[in-house]
Design a protein around this ligand. Structure first.
Ligand code: P6P
Length: 338
């Protein structure tokens, strides 16, 4: 059996090879990874741990919070406050940023996270996950404000997610490829199980919530209709469909075997660019997908080029196998009929 590589060894070797992991960033990644192990314990308890069901409160998105949403958020806040690597944190579950209290030293990084994405799946035992994004604090004064977070996704220093499924897997990029670590529950340690993840450029699998079809813009309808037409249509190949309604699980499948994931703009809430959040869902997933050789757009432009105007900004998302994402972009450029 080949020697097992731990997360710490991977980070040390990445630093030795590329110099892209200063000590504060390495500490940040290890602290977040440890927090994900703690969240996994709560998630895996399920009904035995009094962690299921609603918390009878709403988050800034106006969504009813699950007990585990709040637990995961608190675990990430408490784990990251004291280390001296962060200036502040932002979360899907919090209206405004959480600045590191004065009793702790402030660091040079900003951490953003969706503490438990896909939480509608918690109570029905379907995979869910934690998504995180790391930015550098670009100004040097001690104070930190929401404006410090409003950087385009291409500025990310690191991004990752942890999927709580049949295995607990941490997926990470520091800007030099994508690695996957599987949790060894007996040892309580992360073991490197994939070190250069690549998304196939072509696919026969699309992921979209078909129940929204009547609300889509014409280019999206055109693309999906062609997939559904299969060998009888212009694509001349049959497609399969998957929709787990847990972005982490759908993206993980695409990283493992290719595919295209779409949550496009739709006419249900025309004033909103999309359902998913730019800063702590689309940007980290976009960074990971690009680092694995895929593409991530809002249907028209690269997600990582979008300059945010607010912390909880929403965005349309089309990501995954390069040739399919490019086709969707082309259809948007051609307009509806093409
Ligand atoms: P719908 C989960 O709530 C989430 O934010 C993503 O994880 C997921 O891809 C999407 O929403 C599912 O949305 O409208 O299909 O329930």
């Amino acid at each position: 059996m080949s020697a097992r590589v731990s997360l710490t060894q991977y980070l040390v070797e990445q630093q030795r090879a590329n110099g892209n992991i200063p000590p504060q960033l390495r500490l940040l990644i290890e602290v977040v990874a440890r927090a994900c192990k703690r969240i996994a314990i709560s998630v895996n308890k399920g009904a035995l741990g009094d962690v299921l069901g609603s918390a009878h409160s709403e988050n800034v998105q106006g969504e009813v919070q699950k007990k585990l949403d709040i637990i995961a958020n608190e675990v990430l806040i408490e784990a990251n406050e004291w280390g001296g690597h962060l200036a502040a944190m932002a979360s899907e579950e919090m209206d405004s940023i959480h600045v590191v209290p004065n009793r702790f030293p402030q660091g040079e990084y900003l951490l953003l996270f969706d503490p438990l994405d896909g939480s509608s799946n918690i109570d029905v035992n379907v995979s869910i996950g934690t998504i995180f994004s790391v930015l550098r604090k670009v100004n040097n004064h001690r104070g930190v404000s929401e404006e410090d977070f409003l950087q385009p996704g291409k500025q990310q220093a690191a991004a990752g997610y942890c999927i709580y499924g049949p295995q607990v897997t941490l997926v990470l990029t520091l800007g030099d490829g994508v690695a996957m670590f599987t949790l060894d529950r007996e040892m309580g340690s992360w073991v490197l199980t994939e070190k250069d993840v690549k998304i196939p450029s072509d696919t026969k699998e699309f992921a979209i919530n078909m129940s929204n079809k009547r609300h889509w813009a014409p280019p999206v309808t055109r693309y999906i209709d062609e997939c559904l037409a299969g060998t009888t249509g212009p694509r001349e190949k049959d497609f399969n469909m998957r929709w787990i309604a847990s972005m982490v699980a759908d993206v993980h499948r695409i990283l493992c075997r290719g595919g295209i994931f779409m949550y496009p703009w739709d006419a249900r809430e025309p004033g909103k660019a999309g359902k998913l959040r730019l800063m702590y869902e689309a940007n980290p997933m976009g960074f990971i997908v690009e680092q694995a050789g895929g593409l991530a757009t809002n249907g028209r432009q690269r997600i990582l080029d979008i300059t945010p105007t607010k912390l909880h900004e929403r965005v349309a998302v089309v990501l995954g196998s390069r040739n399919e994402v490019e086709r969707v972009t082309r259809y948007h450029q051609e307009g509806a009929e093409g």
